[in-house]
Design a protein around this ligand. Structure first.
Ligand code: PEP
Ligand code: MG
Length: 568
């Protein structure tokens, strides 16, 4: 075998080998620019339209990523949108257009080129990474100017699994790729904090960046093996495709699943399109199907379309459970087709169940679709954003009416477990009362943290304060789980904290039965819990050590100490 080896920075652990596919940089069509002979006004108008469309593209990506991977990763696209309103970028391009003679493409390329050069000249790797952001937004804008479709899934081979090589891989391109068929990433540019690195880690795909030396030679290789931890890549003659699930083989996954002592590790998804990731990471069912993404386009889905989407997921996951959450529109999730009024405090406004209870026709249509789809396999329905018992009673009333409507329409219905999210402190506090009325709880730590600590989950200035590790949040979770156990129902965690390996032993110790997370987080949590055998005394000691803390920092310290002693 060839003894060549290339080195780079390993940014997402795991080993993979397979055939290569090279994603070349997008080149704007320059013939188009030179042929252009329009006035500055026309060019300004074209630029404005491209900015509007780019903003829409970025919002769609933000929503998709938020559903699949959570808020933190979605911030990438928030930052990109900010660039669109940066006067030194679009504003500067507009000024240059006003002076005449340039096409919108040229003005953008000039301004972005200067910004990239300036950022690259700074030593701090953070600023170097921001150059990639500018380029990403530039590519979006150029594509919109020239009506070019998004790359990624369009150009990726229709069949087969590949190690992806790219000069520069932007977050948008990463998202557009069919991740279930990407074996690994090898990127010429980039550092540890690059967004592609973050995305690769969240998707659990081994990745290597900064492989500039010998790049040309690397790109002509037909088959490569890479290690995203040790940071190397080499040609391989082995005609064998291997997913490296953070270093785990299929047999290991199954044996680890059986070592979980009854704890279920499920996946959070936003659409049936995520099913290949569920399969790849061997999730034990769906702990949170965020259905709102079906409703966020220009038109609302029909009952039949909903039945089809839900059925696909349920059938694919059977005999494991699929938990379908009813619409959680409002807050940061917008559904233009619903024409909702603007609110001053959308996170505290008519959101989720508050909205669906005010729109019974919309709510019951969704509930009918869930009843019908439930005939395809084990299904649960779950209500979001419940603050009062009355809301739960009303939601259940609608559920039973919808069942009758389905039967009267001549369709068959399945069985449903009925659950609710615990994400508002009032519901958490009254967990014992709620527990008498549902089959399970699922704790939404994203909102529970936001509402308990009075910290906007979206506000990037407050990330330090937005802490699921806060002892009050963890104390509340322990209390909810305790109340559920006493009433004989089970509790899951489906917020981002559910995919945090550091917290997983604590959740297990307080009696949580299911953790649901972004598929890319499953391997790490599974490995952590697979190594853990807690006696009742050890569980109690762990819970005490966490709940006796007075601050987030103390909690982190206690959890880290536990990991260093018990998870080896
Ligand atoms: C949560 O709040 O933790 C949750 C899972 O719901 P979402 O993130 O969709 O609000
Ligand atoms: Mg929530």
């Amino acid at each position: 075998m060839d003894d060549k080896i290339w080195r780079g920075l390993g940014v997402s652990a795991g080993r993979a080998s397979g055939p290569t596919w090279y994603l070349k940089e997008f080149q704007a069509d320059t013939r188009h620019e030179t042929a252009r002979n329009s006035s500055p006004e026309e060019e300004l108008f074209r630029l404005q339209q491209a900015v509007t469309r780019t903003e829409q593209n970025l919002t769609a990506l933000e929503e998709q990523v938020k559903a699949e991977q959570g808020e933190e990763v979605a911030q990438i696209f928030v930052a990109h949108k900010l660039l669109l309103s940066d006067p030194s970028f679009i504003g500067e391009a507009q000024e240059r257009l006003q002076k005449g003679q340039l096409s919108a493409e040229q003005a953008l390329q000039e301004v972005a080129g200067e910004a990239v050069k300036m950022l690259r000249s700074l030593e701090d790797p953070y600023f170097q990474e921001r150059a990639v952001d500018v380029q990403d937004v530039l590519v979006h804008l150029l594509k919109n100017l020239q009506d070019v479709q998004e790359e990624g899934s369009d150009v990726f081979p229709k069949t087969g699994d590949y190690v992806v090589l790219a000069d520069e891989l932007t977050p948008a391109q990463t998202i557009a790729l069919p991740k279930e068929r990407v074996l690994g990433f090898i990127v010429r540019q980039g550092g540890k904090t690059s967004h592609t690195a973050i995305l690769a880690r969240t998707y659990g795909i081994p990745a290597l960046v900064g492989v500039a030396k010998g790049w040309e030679d690397l790109t002509v290789q037909k088959w490569l093996e890479l290690d995203g931890e040790e940071g190397w890549v080499r040609p391989t003659a082995v005609d064998h495709i291997a997913f490296a699930d953070n270093g785990l083989r299929e047999e290991e996954i199954s044996s680890q699943n059986s070592a979980l002592q009854g704890m279920i590790l499920a996946a959070n998804i936003g659409s049936p399109g995520d099913l290949p990731l569920v399969e790849k990471f061997k999730a034990q069912g769906i702990g949170l199907y965020r259905t709102e993404f079906l409703f966020m386009g220009g038109e609302l889905p029909s009952e039949e379309e909903q039945v089809e989407a839900y059925r696909q997921v349920i059938a694919a996951c059977a005999p494991q459970l699929t938990i379908i959450r009813t619409l959680d529109i409002g807050g940061d999730k917008k559904a233009p087709a619903l024409q909702l009024p603007q609110e001053k405090n959308p996170f505290l406004g008519v959101r989720a169940l508050r909205l669906t209870l005010r729109r019974p026709e919309l709510f019951r249509q969704q509930l009918r679709a869930i009843w019908r789809a439930a005939a395809s396999g084990p299904t649960a329905v779950m209500f979001p954003m419940i603050a009062t018992l009355e809301e739960l009673y009303q939601a259940k009333e609608n559920l039973w009416v919808a069942r009758e409507e389905v039967l009267q329409a001549g369709h068959s219905v399945g069985e449903l477990q009925i659950g609710m999210m615990i994400e508002i402190p009032s519901a958490a506090w009254l967990a014992d009362k709620f527990a008498a009325n549902v089959d399970f709880f699922s704790i939404g730590t994203n909102d529970l943290t936001q509402y308990m600590l009075a910290v906007d989950r979206e506000n990037t200035d407050l990330v330090e304060l937005y802490q699921p590790y806060h002892p009050a949040v963890l104390g509340m979770i322990a209390r909810v789980s305790q109340a559920a156990l006493q009433r004989g129902i089970w509790t899951g965690v489906c917020g981002e904290a559910g995919g945090d390996a550091l917290l997983a032993p604590f959740f297990k110790a307080v009696g949580i039965k299911e953790l649901s997370m972004a598929p890319g987080s499953l391997a790490k949590v599974r490995t952590t819990l697979g190594k853990l055998a807690l006696s009742p005394e050890e569980s109690e000691a762990l819970v005490d050590s966490v709940l006796s803390c007075a601050s987030t920092a103390e909690v982190k310290e206690a959890l880290e100490l536990f990991h260093s002693e018990q998870i080896v």
